[in-house]
Design a protein around this ligand. Structure first.
Ligand SMILES: [Zn+2]
Length: 385
């Protein structure tokens, strides 16, 4: 096993009524709270009023920070950081999904910095150490953002959707009933994002057979697949929503990554697709994954065959390559079954989009079993159209 460091700074309150923990948590911090969220749906569903009531009853002064978009922009981060400084915000409460939480993680860091955090992280490779404390109430589950300090931010002028490092949440409220306030399509694409996180970790190195992290990944993947199937039959199923919400956190809280060098080549491609098209993250991943895996599974046949056997229940075929391919096709069939798109055209992405620019600006990762060239990335994108 590779050497690793593991720490776990976020306290999780999970289950029905978990929001009751916000008040005692906020008693630890100052008076002024930035209430950050996305679109108007939070107000329509009543969640906004519920949280505002908790904050008001706790004697907090609330500073509203609405309008955080699905692919949060660097400009939005700067707007939030300016607001935090101007209003003397003591605590940031992010309410929503990964986009809102990611934006707030970087707002929290930028508000404490004199210099521009994008330049600091991307050019100087230095990372922030001081933060405005923050917490999260998760409504849209899938990114697992609530339990780590990573953030994905789109720099619109530079056309880069890139990973950044920001604050950890000091606490996260995960109430599966809140996922009922999110459109069902987003629940499924969020759950597929979770499956993608587990796959991209599982297919990272090393590929040893006795790797505990990989065994846990397989359990997470099987659980996500089974519970998506339950939800497709019964949209309101609380147990399935609970399992998916915890699987989302599990996939990104670092446990699956222990001892691993992760792959995340599919995410890198999707990020640049998102930078150019502002597409839905889970849907972009659903289109790219099978195409990418068809390109590489022959080079990692043993691992892909293990995936086929242990995740999809496929019996061994004549060769490891054939078993591996059957696993990738089982994934593609499941994507269809879940009602997720199988092409960029189905996603409504203009096929004349500059795929070459997307391929050329995509980070090449260490790869799971085959390091891809830019030409291959372009071929993969063209096959996704
Ligand atoms: Zn993701």
């Amino acid at each position: 096993m590779n050497n690793f460091t593991f720490s776990y700074p976020t306290k999780v309150y999970f289950g029905k009524g978990a929001m009751e923990h916000i008040k005692p948590e906020l008693a630890k911090y100052g008076r002024t709270v930035l209430l950050a969220y996305g679109g108007g749906s939070l107000r329509k569903t009543g969640v906004y009023d519920q949280i505002l009531g908790i904050l008001t009853a706790a004697g907090k002064t609330v500073v509203d920070f609405p309008g955080i978009m699905p692919n949060p922009t660097y400009a939005k981060v700067q707007e939030g950081a300016a607001l935090v400084r101007e209003k003397g915000v003591d605590f940031i409460l992010a309410v929503g999904g990964g986009s809102v939480i990611d934006c707030c993680k970087i707002v929290s860091a930028q508000a404490k910095l004199e210099e521009d955090i994008w330049e600091m992280e991307t050019a100087k490779k230095q990372f922030p150490a001081e933060f405005v404390p923050m917490g999260a109430v998760v409504t849209a589950s899938g990114t697992g953002s609530e339990m780590n300090n990573g953030a994905v931010i789109t720099h619109e002028e530079r056309k880069i959707k890139g990973g950044m490092m920001g604050a950890y949440n000091s606490f996260a409220v995960l109430d599966p009933e809140l996922t009922m306030t999110v459109p069902f399509r987003q629940v499924i694409s969020g759950a597929f994002d979770t499956l993608s996180h587990a796959m991209e970790t599982y297919f990272g190195q090393p590929h040893g057979h006795n790797n505990l992290s990989d065994d846990i990944s397989e359990a997470v993947m099987r659980s996500v697949i089974a519970n998506i199937r339950v939800l497709l039959r019964d949209h309101g199923n609380y147990e399935a929503r609970s399992e998916l919400m915890w699987a989302s956190a599990m996939a990104e809280n670092g446990i699956l990554k222990i001892g691993k060098v992760t792959d995340f080549q599919c995410h890198q491609l999707e990020h640049q697709l998102g930078a150019y098209t502002d597409c839905n993250h889970g849907q972009g991943l659903a289109v790219i994954h099978p195409v990418l895996y068809r390109h590489i599974c022959g080079a990692g046949a043993e691992k892909f065959a293990r995936f086929a056997r242990n995740v999809w229940g496929i019996a061994d075929r004549a060769t490891a390559e054939e078993t591996a391919q059957a696993g990738v096709e089982a994934l593609a069939d499941f994507i269809r079954e879940a009602g997720l798109p199988a092409s960029f055209t189905e996603m409504g992405i203009d096929p004349s989009k500059d795929l070459k620019a997307i391929a050329d600006s995509t980070n090449l990762t260490a790869g799971c079993c085959k390091k891809l060239s830019r030409e291959e990335l372009l071929e993969i994108l063209q096959e996704c159209v």
